[in-house]
Design a protein around this ligand. Structure first.
Ligand code: NAP
Length: 336
């Protein structure tokens, strides 16, 4: 095995001069930062998710050990394995399960993980494709599968995607369109209408239609289903706007982490609200999502929603995500 004594990373440090506040740095971290695990991975690409942006900006996390390597997603090649399912050279992807939150993650040239948490990179795809998907896209796929399993078949009615220009949203638009749905994309950036239509949206509507909450418990029936990346009052409006037996895959909180809603649509329309646990959900659910993704998305579609970066771009990407400015997904080459 050729794990070096130290390797390049974007990491968080806590210098005395900053009064104990974590700051991001680009440099070498010792191999000792790697967690326990039976598979060591030579990372090729990572990505910046919403959670990563929060971590990099010191929002919602209290770290104890420094240097800390963020990055909830990574993809690369197995360097060394004590797990019978993986051999050196195998191409693998890791999403979450504490990587980049509780132990060192993907913003580095090496990572370590439990083999039973790794997914083989789908045939015909590479590590950059998998990071174009990332936790955001995998969660979008899990959300789309929940709609499917709960009876939201193509042709039953339009499906809504909120936060459509963002990572979860862009992936959801493309996935739902490929499944055959009439997709309505809601966005605060109407300037991105052409981009969203290019991904497969049949209609693009302003987010202002949803963000103030419902005027009445029951609004006209507009949607058979929804993948919601926004939450807050937007989610309450959608609950009131679903058709009978309509389903919401509740994915994100970009617009608020709590909401007040009427229960009437649950009882009179049988609507369903399903939480999507992309960070720590069962591996079987992830395998199903990763198996379905290449059947629905070609690499051209992935590229259309992806920007490419190096490790040094991470702080700016984090700012853009938290400000709702990033379009689609950001792939980071850890050797750049
Ligand atoms: N459930 C899971 O496992 C899971 C997995 C991944 C992500 N998430 C969550 O999903 C959410 C979105 O993640 P992401 O990666 O898609 O982030 P993102 O790329 O930043 O996209 C979020 C989008 O939401 C919209 N938005 C931002 N601020 C808003 C506001 N104040 N009100 C209404 N809309 C707003 C924007 O889209 P427009 O400009 O198009 O309106 C923005 O692009 C985050 O809360 C993230 O933590 C959850």
């Amino acid at each position: 095995m050729s794990l070096p004594a130290s390797f390049r990373a974007f990491y968080l440090d806590r210098p005395e001069s900053e009064g104990g506040k974590p700051v991001g740095r680009l440099g070498e971290v010792p191999a000792g930062v790697l967690p326990a695990g039976d598979v060591t991975i030579r990372v090729a690409h990572t990505t910046v998710n919403y959670k990563d942006a929060m971590m990099v900006k010191g929002i919602g996390y209290r770290l104890k050990d420094f240097p800390f390597v963020p990055g909830i997603d990574l993809a690369g090649m197995v360097e060394d394995s004590a797990n019978p399912d993986f051999r050196p050279g195998d191409a693998v992807v890791l999403n979450g399960y504490g990587a980049g939150e509780h132990f060192a993650g993907g913003f580095a040239q090496f990572a370590r993980a439990r083999g039973d948490r790794l997914i083989p990179i789908p045939a015909g795809w590479d590590s950059a494709d998998c990071m174009a998907v990332g936790t955001a896209g995998m969660s979008a796929m899990i959300g789309a599968l929940e709609l499917e399993k709960n009876g939201v078949a193509p042709g039953r009615g339009p499906v809504l995607v909120t936060g459509a220009s963002g990572g979860v949203g862009s992936m959801s638009v493309a996935i739902l369109r490929a499944m055959g749905h009439h997709v309505i994309a809601s966005t605060g950036r109407m300037a991105e209408e052409a981009y969203l239509r290019g991904l497969g949206a049949a209609e693009v509507v302003p987010r202002a239609e949803f963000e103030n909450g419902p005027a009445r418990p029951m609004l006209p029936k507009r949607f058979a289903g929804c993948i919601d990346a926004v939450g807050g009052k937007t989610l309450a409006t959608i609950i009131s706007s679903l058709d009978e037996r309509g389903v919401i895959a509740c994915c994100g909180l970009a617009g608020g982490n709590s909401f007040t809603a009427s229960l009437i649509p649950f009882f009179l329309r049988g609507v369903r609200l399903i939480g999507i646990e992309g960070g720590h959900g069962p591996i079987a659910e992830r395998r199903e999502a990763w198996a379905r993704l290449p059947k629905l998305l070609d690499r051209g579609t992935l590229r259309a929603m992806t920007s490419r970066h190096g490790l040094a771009d991470i702080p700016l990407l984090a700012e853009d995500i938290l400000a709702g400015r990033l379009r689609g997904r950001a792939v980071v080459d850890v050797h750049d």
